[in-house]
Design a protein around this ligand. Structure first.
Ligand code: ATP
Ligand code: MG
Ligand code: MG
Length: 292
């Protein structure tokens, strides 16, 4: 869909809304310029409300504007559209953070195996399903998530590139099979492609990531919560140094039984998520990037 942003002179500018992951139907145009609607998950709305007001982390999340009920009865949360400041966006990337992408509670429940997840699995690797899964033509969600973790860099780098688009005047470019991006060199090459050889972008992203690292370290909100399935959204355009990163996707943030380091290895029951390990790896990859 098409979005509206306010320009500095008080006018309005139209730009296409681009969604890198998740279900299409979950997003709608916002009710005012510069916002977007996401299908309501009360957990996520509550988290975003608190984060928006958080003195340390507020500047790293889309601003929360409350909930909205549409005419058909469906409820959405309204938040800042992070693309609004980048109507001429040329690069957009979603990195799913952490070394685990399912909640401990999802492991403990016994979900019904699903046909759609089986299909997604064989699409990538026909040999991946076990004999039982092949016979049932169905795979349980936690098993699917763990398989995807091993396939991607989630298991090794504690983050994975979940979506990436480089937008050119001519349309999309740079198709990469992100699901199988696993090793450090592969991820590094993909990040380098995203940066288009621009040192200005690397420096802008690096400064923002370090600032985020410095804000997360002393944050009580962060220390007390398991951050699962949450992403960093990277956005830039063609102006020199015009790049930013935000935290998004808070549907699986849960209070942990105690404080988390976000760097310790996960053992079932300790709720560690590896979020900071992933962030440190991401920072290291940007630091080590070679520019011609
Ligand atoms: P999943 O849990 O499968 O990742 P989801 O339905 O929870 O999906 P998000 O991950 O929150 O959805 O968002 C999906 C995509 O939508 C992001 O990758 C990003 O491209 C875009 N997006 C989300 N929130 C915003 C925002 N506030 N501003 C701009 N773009 C956004
Ligand atoms: Mg997401
Ligand atoms: Mg989500």
């Amino acid at each position: 869909f098409v979005q509206r942003a306010e320009t500095p002179d008080g006018g309005q500018e139209l730009y296409p809304w681009v969604q890198l992951s998740g279900h299409r139907e979950n997003f709608r145009p916002g009710l005012r310029p510069g916002t977007v609607l996401k299908l309501l998950c009360p957990c996520e709305a509550d988290c975003l409300r608190q984060l928006t007001a958080d003195p340390l982390l507020g500047e790293f999340v889309p601003r929360y504007f409350g909930t909205v009920r549409l005419e058909d009865g469906t409820e959405f949360l309204e938040m800042q559209d992070l693309l609004a400041e980048f109507p001429g966006c040329t690069g957009l990337m979603d990195c799913k953070m952490g070394s685990r992408t399912y909640l401990e509670s999802e492991l403990d429940s016994d979900p019904k195996p699903r046909r759609d997840l089986y299909n997604k699995m064989v699409e990538v690797d026909a040999d991946a399903p076990t004999a039982d899964e092949a016979a049932a033509q169905a795979v349980a969600k936690p098993r699917y998530m763990m398989w995807r973790e091993q396939l991607s860099s989630t298991a090794t780098l504690a983050f994975r590139i979940d979506g990436l688009q480089r937008l050119m005047a001519s349309g999309r470019t740079h198709p990469v099979d992100l699901k199988r991006l696993r090793s450090r060199p592969e991820v590094s090459d993909t990040l380098a492609g995203f940066l288009e050889g621009r040192l200005d972008l690397r420096d802008a992203y690096l400064a923002r990531l370090r600032k985020l690292r410095a804000a997360l370290a002393p944050s009580e909100f962060f220390a007390l919560r398991e951050f699962i399935g949450s992403s960093l959204l990277f956005v830039h355009d063609q102006s020199p140094g015009h790049a930013c990163v935000w935290m998004i996707d808070f549907g699986k943030i849960r209070l942990a039984p105690g404080r988390l380091s976000h760097t310790a290895d996960w053992l079932h029951g300790n709720h560690e998520d590896g979020y900071l390990t992933g962030l440190d790896n991401l920072i290291g990859l940007f630091e080590d990037m070679q520019f011609p």
